[in-house]
Design a protein around this ligand. Structure first.
Ligand SMILES: *Cc1c(COP(=O)(O)O)cnc(C)c1O
Length: 376
């Protein structure tokens, strides 16, 4: 028998979550964001669940090739655009739309001997100060692009820094709308948080009535069933379902006396007699090493907590209140690290991430290669 750890990707949940994103922006088309190997799920594993999207957005040219290899003929957008001139060949060959966020990218396009003109998404830095042209330089970039025979259609994009928080999106939307008001082309602004929290928001008609949903939304994390603004709102608030379950089994148990400690560094000491279970899952599987004692976990669908330090291949969980859990006839109880237990109980990835001081995004993306995955 292989080591009992397994990741399950839930196709129905992907479809459901995609529908939730659509419902929040009913007039917009949807880019399903599948960067980082579909947030750790595996592009091939999510394709069936997400093929109802209007396009796929990602960063890596090799990932774009994989999406085309699955038979997808619709739009694909490179969110960071090209990295070197020869990437443009692949854009031509695979018909990839690409972001333009810098002058060197325009230079590359200007010297590219293309046959089919390119569809580009000109990116504005409206306040996040990562990629994009500043408002002051945006129109000059647009004019330069518009003069190139290599360019077919210019769409306009920006990205919000605080869509999940108190600051919101209004300032950045206003900057974007002010600069782009009389430019033609489709617009895309909103990630998951902006779509779910502000999808219906729009600016005054004086600013062109720009809507946060615009022509295209770009949801990523919500499609994967993690709340973009946890802990303010949990996944159930947004009616999202978990798309990745990480499950394993108890492979051993120990009875502790008061004063006994557990694991490396003896970081946990029992203050009374306890029973603990050893789970075949550790940081080499993608479980966060910094998850402290008390991180939630399900055993046979019932909630308990981790105790002691996460090691490379194992964690330890408190079974004191779970009499029937353990290893019987060599077969250990089901442990759900996050996602859905066999009988339906859900442990949101956001709760595990929060306990470990991180976000659901990081846990999904860190799922290790060595964990086998199945698609339901
Ligand atoms: C990753 C990314 C998204 C998706 O963000 P989520 O928070 O996962 O919804 C959208 N737009 C851009 C430019 C991105 O890089």
């Amino acid at each position: 028998m292989p080591r009992p750890i397994l990741a399950t990707i839930h196709t129905h949940a992907l479809q459901h979550n995609l529908a939730r994103a659509r419902a929040a922006a009913p007039d917009a088309r949807v880019w399903a964001v599948v960067k980082a190997n579909a947030y750790g799920h595996g592009i091939e594993h999510v394709f069936e669940g997400l093929r109802g999207a209007d396009g796929f957005a990602l960063l890596d040219l090799a990932e774009a090739e994989r999406v085309r290899g699955l038979g997808w003929r619709g739009p694909i957008l490179l969110l960071e655009g090209v990295f070197e001139p020869r990437d443009l060949e692949l854009c031509s060959r695979l018909n990839l739309w690409h972001a333009i966020h810098s002058d060197p990218q325009i230079d590359m396009l200007a010297t590219h001997k293309t046959h089919q003109p390119h569809r580009v998404f000109l990116k504005m830095n409206s306040g996040m100060n990562r990629l994009g042209f500043t408002p002051a330089r945006f129109r000059a970039a647009w004019t330069r692009l518009n003069a190139l025979p290599q360019v077919d259609e210019i769409s306009l994009m920006t990205h919000f820094s605080d869509a999940d928080g108190a600051r919101g999106i209004a300032e950045q939307m206003t900057v974007f709308a002010t600069v782009t008001q009389d430019l033609p082309g489709e617009r895309t602004l909103s990630n998951s948080a902006a779509t779910l929290r502000h999808g219906a928001q729009s600016l005054s008609t004086r600013l062109g009535g720009l809507r946060a949903a615009a022509d295209w939304i770009r949801p990523g994390i919500a499609v994967y069933g993690s709340s973009p603004d946890f802990p303010e709102h949990a996944m159930t608030h947004w009616d999202l379902q978990p798309t990745m379950t990480l499950a394993s089994r108890i492979i051993g148990t120990q009875d502790l006396n008061a004063g006994d400690s557990v694991g490396y560094g003896s970081s946990f000491t029992a203050d009374r007699p306890m029973r603990i279970g050893i789970v075949a899952c550790g940081y080499a599987d993608g479980y966060p090493r910094c998850a402290p004692t008390g991180t939630p976990v399900l055993v046979n669908g019932m909630r308990t907590r981790t105790v002691g330090r996460v090691s490379m291949d194992m964690i330890t969980v408190d079974l004191s209140a779970l009499q029937h859990a353990g290893v019987e006839a060599g077969y250990g109880s089901e442990v759900t690290l996050w996602g859905r237990a066999r009988h339906g109980a859900v442990l949101p990835i956001d709760e595990v991430a929060h306990a470990a001081g991180t976000v659901g995004y990081e846990l999904m993306c860190a799922l290790a290669q060595r964990v086998p995955a199945i698609v339901l």
